[in-house]
Design a protein around this ligand. Structure first.
Ligand SMILES: [Zn+2]
Length: 413
């Protein structure tokens, strides 16, 4: 047992064979075991209620926990032996060993999280993936040191799991740095088609256009807020400062929150609906390009009435974005920027004397955030807003945005 690496961990975990219904969670550390109800965890700490039906919320760092098991009932915990640290010639790694029950070997994860919706999220090594599934499938999660060369080359997941390759983005995480929780240090979205997808429509290629427009929309808003830094509150300045890197010669680089597109819905912060046939959201009149849940995380595009959207962040000689692009497609960048304004909580402006991005009808001289839009966003970012969950599509208070008044749809071929 001296050279115990993963093999020992596996055999020990095999003792903790329990069903996971009627749950009672057990935290084990060097000082013993305790029954708890886990609320959430990430790779750093675990939040829980004490006891099987406790009400006082507590938190414990993983550094004080050896394992968490998910027991069938309160009081049935099986004592688990402590593992000696492995002696690895090529060094050891801190990992999480996750027993999902029914699989031949547990999953070895670099990071593990449980969210309030009772979903477990795993960052795995081989393949380098993220996997998401119901906590009810998990038997145990143990913090272990294992030898680098002993990480299994593959793993199996229950069919209730969704998994996809991990993506790398700069300064990316899902923390919300301000009172408005819609704004996170990174955004992710899934596409959700509603209605039949037309023959030949390339969902992946369109997903790339949506991602680019989403990223451009975030970047336009954030850089316009940064441009008025001197007028902002200390909290907002601190947020912007935290996303700015400086070189010794005084060069500054501002990195707006990055946007990634996901296939698994479990960790997406936004849903972008492709309304191919959604007459509830997009009736024939009024003709709108897109809609968004105000204080929400759902944006819907009117794919039925407008046959072609594409993303182009290119300013013309008049320093404006184009609404129509050379190939006749409509530019998604101002649309996503406008809808993101709604998502953060902005309503339509519709001032009679000046144009704004947040008007209910686009104007060609306001396809990016104006000073008025930017001040409104800076204000609402400091309001205490939780917002609707992604995919909440009941647009109780939402507004569509219309094309510019002089826009003429290209005639069908
Ligand atoms: Zn609108």
């Amino acid at each position: 047992m001296r050279d115990s690496c993963l093999a020992t961990a596996l055999s020990l975990l095999a003792f903790v064979v329990t069903a996971s219904i009627g749950r009672a969670d057990v935290l084990r550390g060097s000082s013993g075991a305790a029954y708890v109800s886990i609320l959430a965890m990430d790779r750093i700490a675990i939040r829980y209620f004490e006891g099987c039906s406790g009400a006082e919320e507590r938190s414990i760092p993983w550094s004080e926990v050896e394992s968490v098991t998910f027991e069938p009932s309160c009081g049935s915990a099986i004592a688990e032996a402590t593992l000696a640290a492995p002696d690895c010639p090529d060094g050891s790694l801190d990992v999480f060993v996750v027993d999902l029950g029914g699989q031949a070997t547990p999953v070895v994860a670099e990071s593990v999280a449980i969210t309030a919706d009772r979903t477990v999220h795993l960052d795995t090594f081989h393949p380098w993936e993220q996997a998401h599934g119901p906590v009810s499938t998990v038997r145990s999660i143990a913090r272990r040191k294992i030898c680098r060369n002993r990480i299994p080359e593959s793993y199996e997941l229950p069919s209730s799991f969704c998994h996809e390759g991990r993506q790398v983005a700069v300064a990316f995480d899902y923390r919300a740095p301000l009172s408005n929780k819609i704004l996170t240090n990174g955004f992710s979205f899934i596409l959700q088609p509603v209605g039949p997808i037309p023959d030949g429509f390339d969902v992946d290629a369109f997903g790339a256009e949506v991602r680019n427009a989403f990223q451009s929309g975030i970047s336009l808003w954030m850089s316009s807020v940064k441009d008025m830094e001197a007028r902002l509150s200390p909290d907002l300045r601190k947020f912007l400062d935290g996303r700015t890197s400086r070189s010794p010669n005084g060069y500054q680089l501002f990195i707006p929150p990055q946007v990634i597109r996901l296939a698994c819905p479990q960790s997406a912060t936004f849903v972008v609906e492709l309304g191919f046939d959604d007459l509830e959201l997009f009736p024939k009149f009024p003709l709108v390009l897109a809609r968004a849940k105000i204080e929400g995380r759902t944006i819907a595009l009117n794919m039925r009435a407008f046959k072609c959207f594409r993303s182009q962040l290119k300013f013309g000689p008049d320093k404006r974005l184009s609404f129509e692009l050379d190939d006749g497609c409509i530019n998604l960048v101002p649309i996503m920027a406008h809808e993101l304004g709604h998502a953060f909580g902005l309503n339509h402006v519709d001032n009679e004397t000046t144009h704004a991005l947040m008007d209910s009808q686009f104007s060609r001289d306001a396809l990016v955030p104006t000073e008025r839009d930017t001040l409104a966003l800076a204000t609402i970012l400091e309001e205490s807003i939780v917002g609707a969950a992604p995919g909440v599509l009941k647009f109780v208070s939402s507004s569509g945005v219309r094309p510019p008044a002089d826009w003429k749809d290209s005639p069908p071929n």
